[in-house]
Design a protein around this ligand. Structure first.
Ligand code: SF4
Length: 69
């Protein structure tokens, strides 16, 4: 399974490759239209506060007739 961290690392490496290995050029990248731009530092700019080991807020079957159990 591919993890989020692996995807972010791959994006970072792609951006470094795009900028001939220059971290400074990646930081100065002004191509806002590139879908990788928000992730070019290898970080999620809007990380979820929910941890992967936490249960989801709602579970299948937790609602019955429009009300929570
Ligand atoms: S965000 Fe910038 S550095 Fe990264 S792939 Fe896109 S254009 Fe290249």
């Amino acid at each position: 399974m591919t993890t989020k961290a692996e995807v972010l690392k791959a994006i970072r490496n792609n951006c470094l490759d795009c900028c001939c290995g220059s971290r400074g050029e990646v930081a100065r990248c002004h191509l806002l239209g590139c879908s990788l731009h928000p992730y070019r530092f290898g970080r999620d700019p809007n990380p979820s506060t929910r941890q992967s080991h936490q249960k989801p807020m709602f579970h299948k079957g937790s609602f019955q007739h429009g009300e929570a159990k």
